[in-house]
Design a protein around this ligand. Structure first.
Ligand code: LLP
Length: 419
């Protein structure tokens, strides 16, 4: 459910007509609905309230905008971060340092030091090597790092290969059958306080079964580790719940997910941690774009829009589907290809899709663009970095400026010896 709807033939974000934002900010532009964000944050949080103790660390990578993080901080969310850059954002949004989980396979020494100084709540270690490095830094700084060991459970998440993370061939975590020994060694390492196992098997998951299989596996591992005399007080179950991008797609509801978690973890006696991203932010945003022109094609017309793969990379990267809808639909449809202006064929949003009839100058949206949208934008082809707007009822504000190519050009230097 979201708050993007037609009012008198014009698509609105809450009470604000999208043409008003497009007229003032230009296009392309991401538009987020605060009511939608708050609703998703509450639905997920309330669903997990059936568990004896649950902490939610929002996966900042899915939407790191400061205004978005502020809203989530107010809803009691912590943050799952994968870089110091993301950590600084979470802190800037007012999230408590000890509600921050630092994930990621390539944390650098400088990043680990900064996170320790900031009081980061948990480091999710992806290897024994990383644990030993972190321990050394912690000892040097006179700190103790609370840690989880990320386990690769070798479970097929049944999602797109590029966003699958829990198979043995993926780079994430430590192999399941080596995890107990690594946990034991790291537990005896001064500077670390091993307290949890962590897992995350992939994103945009459409079924609960792979998650249940993975949770069951790490639950057994947790019991082995305890039997060997080591302490496990927390378990980090990651994120991954998918959202529908297309009409008719059915995804697990937060209540079903929570019921499954309750069933599997009933006797674990731990604080459970979660790292949802897409399920919180996916429906929260649309990418507003303007049709540059409609060009005749060999088979179907090409609808050339002013958004491109640099603004919304998911179709190019993962063949992802984002619904396309006219802001002021006429009721007519046609079959067309939707493309951006970038000079490569991967800059394609849809082929041979039946869409609202649009013509030059019309506004349209790509829906479900709140997660992994603006956050993955870049400036390829020397295009501007796409701006972001947040709507709240009848109020709206630019929450990230458009960064113009001139600003980026001004940061480039030509050394004397080239002149
Ligand atoms: N925790 C960890 C350790 C992760 O790596 C991720 C996502 C999450 C949590 C959040 O997963 P979510 O709940 O959002 O599925 N750019 C891709 C998605 C990449 C996801 C990477 N990791 C896309 O646009 O589909």
């Amino acid at each position: 459910m979201d708050h993007f709807h037609q009012v008198a033939g014009v698509l609105h974000a809450e009470d604000v007509p999208l043409p008003r934002i497009a007229a003032e900010v230009g296009t392309p532009v991401y538009v987020y609905s605060r009511a939608t964000l708050t609703r998703h944050a509450r639905v997920f949080r309330d669903a997990l309230s059936v568990l004896p103790s649950a902490r939610i660390a929002f996966a900042v990578k899915s939407n790191p905008n400061l205004a978005v993080l502020k809203v989530l901080a107010a809803e009691g969310y912590g943050a799952d971060v994968v870089s110091v850059g993301e950590m600084e954002r979470a802190l800037a949004a007012g999230m408590a340092p000890d509600s921050i989980v630092f994930s990621g396979v390539g944390k650098t020494e400088a990043e680990m030091a900064r996170a320790l100084e900031a009081g980061c709540g948990q480091f999710n270690l992806e290897s024994e090597e990383e644990g030993l490095e972190l321990a050394e830094i912690a000892r040097r700084l006179g700190k103790t790092a609370a840690c989880a060991l990320r386990v690769n459970p070798d479970v097929d998440a049944g999602t797109h290969g590029k966003i699958s993370t829990g198979k043995a061939e993926n780079k994430f975590g430590v192999p399941y059958d080596r995890a107990a020994a690594i946990y034991a060694r790291l537990s005896q390492t001064e500077g670390l306080q091993m307290r949890a196992l962590a897992l995350h098997i992939g994103s945009q998951l459409s079924k609960l079964e792979p998650l249940e299989a993975a949770f069951t596996k790490v639950g057994a591992l947790m019991q082995d580790i305890r039997a060997a005399g080591y302490s496990v007080t927390h378990m980090d179950l990651g994120g991954g719940i998918g959202v529908p991008y297309k009409a008719g797609e059915v995804f697990p509801q937060p209540e079903e997910y929570a019921a499954m978690v309750a069933r599997v973890t009933g006797n674990w006696g731990v604080t459970l941690m979660f790292e949802p991203g897409r399920v919180i932010t996916g429906n929260t945003g649309v990418l507003v774009t303007r049709v540059v022109r409609v060009k005749e094609g060999a088979t179907n017309p090409w609808v050339v829009v002013d958004a491109a793969m640099n603004d919304l990379a998911r179709p190019a990267l993962y063949d992802a589907w984002h619904d396309f809808a006219a802001v002021e639909p006429t009721g007519e449809t046609f079959t067309a290809n939707i493309v951006g202006p970038i000079c490569e064929s991967s800059d394609t949003f849809a082929m041979a899709r039946e869409i609202d009839s649009v013509k030059r100058g019309d506004l349209a949206v790509f829906r479900t663009a709140g997660a992994y949208g603006a956050t993955m934008a870049n400036t390829y082809n020397s295009r501007p970095l796409v701006p972001e707007v947040m709507v709240d009822g009848d109020k709206w504000a630019v929450v990230a400026d458009r960064i113009e190519p001139a600003t980026i050009l001004a940061a480039e230097r030509v050394p004397d010896w080239l002149a």
